[in-house]
Design a protein around this ligand. Structure first.
Ligand code: FMN
Length: 171
């Protein structure tokens, strides 16, 4: 690591915790991501950054649609673990997870969710290990009131970790 980089400074950047999901050939899948943000206002575009290793990345690359669910602070580690440390290549993550579908067919995750968004991919940026997908927002719906989970809360209070695919992973 470059000695000019104090990695702790990156913990001062605030992120939320989201479930990013997609659908392809009637299969549904989703994963935890910190990298969801609104990037333009008119029209509204939002972006995500996913590792090329994940099944969700593979599905979004092909289907060109994705959704994001804003997780509440009360999401338990077992739930985060299912979406953030396991792959849909091994299990059906939506088997015991509440969801609904709207315009894109992506699963809009309802468990521990404050709001759900979905969109259609308009641009991509290849970052070698990861891809940034930019989406045009097609629907946004409030699910519950509450406080959104931040990465800082997950890391300092829940004592959660990040796996290697996550940009927040530290060796
Ligand atoms: C706190 C946390 C943050 C994460 N952030 C991201 C992220 O921003 N991008 C990413 O590609 N993976 C991220 N991950 C890792 C994926 O959620 C993980 O690799 C998942 O198992 C992929 O599932 P899939 O193969 O079913 O798509 C994160 C995981 C955790 C626990």
């Amino acid at each position: 690591m470059n000695k000019c980089i104090d990695i702790n400074c990156l913990f001062k950047v605030q992120y939320g915790l989201y479930i990013v999901s997609s659908t392809l050939d009637n299969k549904l899948n989703g994963q935890i991501a910190t990298t969801v943000m609104q990037i333009t206002n008119c029209p509204i575009k939002f972006s995500i950054c996913l590792s090329k290793n994940t099944l969700t990345h593979e599905m979004i690359s092909k289907s060109k649609v994705f959704a994001a669910s804003v997780l509440s602070q009360n999401a338990p580690m077992a739930f985060i673990g299912k979406f953030g440390f396991k792959s849909g290549r091994e299990l059906d993550k939506y088997k015991n997870t509440k969801f609904e579908q709207n315009i894109t067919g992506c699963p809009l995750t309802l468990d521990y969710s404050l709001a759900v968004l979905e969109g259609k991919v308009s641009q991509t940026l290849d970052l070698n290990t990861h891809t940034i997908f930019v989406g045009d927002l097609l629907s946004a719906k409030r699910i519950a009131t509450g406080t959104a989970m931040t990465y800082e809360y997950y890391y300092t209070v829940i004592k959660g970790k990040s796996p290697e695919n996550a940009p927040t992973y530290v060796k």
